[in-house]
Design a binder for this molecule. Sequence first.
Ligand code: 1HE
Length: 270
Amino acid sequence: MPDLQPAIGPLATLDLLHVRAGGPLVHIALNRPAKRNALNDPLVAQLHTAVLNLPDAARALVISGEGEHFCAGLDLSELAERNTFEGIQHSRGWHAAMDAVQFCRVPVVAVLHGAVVGGGLELASSAHIRVAEDSTFFGFPEGQRGIFVGGGGSVRVPRLIGVARMADMMLTGRVLDADEGAAAGLAQYRVADGAGLAKGLELANRIAGNAPLSNFAVVQALPRIADLPPQEGLFMESLMAAIAQGDDAAKQRLRAFLEGRAAKVQKEAK
Ligand code: 1HE
């Protein structure tokens, strides 16, 4: 596992984030623990900047939160003064930042603990893989606060758990614990408290070992194909498959397997 060190250069100037990097891995931690990593405008802007400016060597990214919670969602203290048009601009700013996560140059693993609520769940749902520690709880308090999701949650979360579950969470304030969230589709991995970051980095390290073009196809093509009508999706799949398999990395890897030099598919060790 690569040794991660505090990032240097522009990433080191982002005071609301802790950014560490090593080898092919980058770890960004939201660093506003006194406010439970609530997403104010500067934090959203810094996150956006960070994911657009990963070191050239980066092949996978882990996002987590400092302190007792992953993220308490929108910073509610910023909300009161906005008028309607400012509200639209604000939401579009979040969309740009969350899109930058979802369509990041490299796959993104979110490590979740404590509150993953409102905009925090919108951020988590922009990642490609979510690891939930025991303490994790998922909620959409927007209904109780008199607002609506604005950071892409109504687009991304129903694709993970369905419209009915999200509607339930928003209408009734239902909070899902880590197991319920994982069973519903909000997390693909469940780990004990304190074990999330190691698991997230282990997954990121595995991801970083894939051919970059395969990872690119998963991050960029897969969600777009899933949103297309079937015939258009199948056509785009053929194009993406041919592009990936024409790459040198694919040729080398296929040759390695055929010559007995590559790992077989094996059951996961439990
Ligand atoms: C905050 C926020 C916040 C905490 N905005 N300041 N999100 C919510 O409705 C969630 C609101 N927060 C909570 O329910 C709780 O704070 C938590 C369950 C997340 C954590 O509880 P706890 O007991 O660990 O912390 P705390 O004592 O409630 O909060 C500590 C401080 O963080 C406190 O400030 P302080 O100055 O009094 O110390 C809180 O005010 C502050 N804080 N959460 C602002 N969210 C693009 S649209 C997205 C729409 C949404 O995300 S709506 C959901 C908003």
